[in-house]
Design a protein around this ligand. Sequence first.
Ligand code: GTP
Ligand code: MG
Length: 298
Amino acid sequence: MNWLEGFRKTRERFAGALRGVLGSARPDEATLEELADLLIMADVPLRLVDEISHELRQTASARETPRDALRRLLLKAIGPASDFAWPALPSPAVILLVGINGSGKTTTAARLAHAAQQAGRKPLLGAADTYRAAGASQLGIWAARIGCQAVIGATGADAASVAFDAVDAALARRCDVVIIDTAGRMHTREPLMRELQKVRSAIAKRLPEAPHHTWAVLDGTLGQNVLLQARQFHQMTPLTGIIVTKLDGSSKGGFLFAIRQELDLPIHFIGLGEQQADLVPFDPAQYVDAMLNTGNSS
Ligand SMILES: Nc1nc2c(ncn2[C@@H]2O[C@H](COP(=O)(O)OP(=O)(O)OP(=O)(O)O)[C@@H](O)[C@H]2O)c(=O)[nH]1
Ligand SMILES: [Mg+2]
């Protein structure tokens, strides 16, 4: 799945209006208003939409074309790429994944392990989702498929001790990246959220500087609603970044701008489909170009 296809639903929202804007040296007022409405529906933050409308009104007298102006604004709003790189991680490094139910944590843990392996690291998957038998076995199946090490917690086991065991096993087995999957939890459920603090301190007990990364895995179909989730998780267990999944099923792909503007956290990876290879490093320029592409196919 490529970027254009991954953001197809979002683009379809405003492609028509965008064509009107980009196709003329001087877009008319009705087209600009239509574009603003559609961008808002795609969850592009209001402030950015206002800025875009303002700038596009100026392009008639400026030397910059509407397309160049829009591209410049969007690139500025999305900011630079994250500096995450597998080779730069210390050895061993621990990455903790958190998020609400069904956001894509387990799938993402497996895909990250695969990506780490491709980058020449030796990953270990830790299944600290001990609420449901299915949670742990799902990750075990992934580990077998990828061919990587795994520590799978028994159903009902203490998530914190599974996380400890995973780090311990990684040290014993000389694995150098530990990816820990946790149970989905509502950001509003205080006791469940507290459990994350226990998981975190158990990890640090075995490896003092860990976890090196804590990433919130957010469901891209929910749009800006995930901002609140991310803030709550950030309070419980300081985040070092965001992963957004399911963008292929979302028409609100414009909310990545809101993440960058409201949360001040890097977006490390995004999910553009159901295949293993569909979790890709977030590339701001590819994102902006996918947004501005007005063709109707890949
Ligand atoms: N289309 C699409 N589906 C995805 C993507 N990422 C994950 N999914 C699907 O989302 C569903 C839920 O994924 P899981 O990884 O089980 O989610 P989870 O966060 O572990 O769920 P809980 O453990 O129940 O909280 C699965 O059917 C995945 O295949 C993506 O980028 N695109
Ligand atoms: Mg899961």
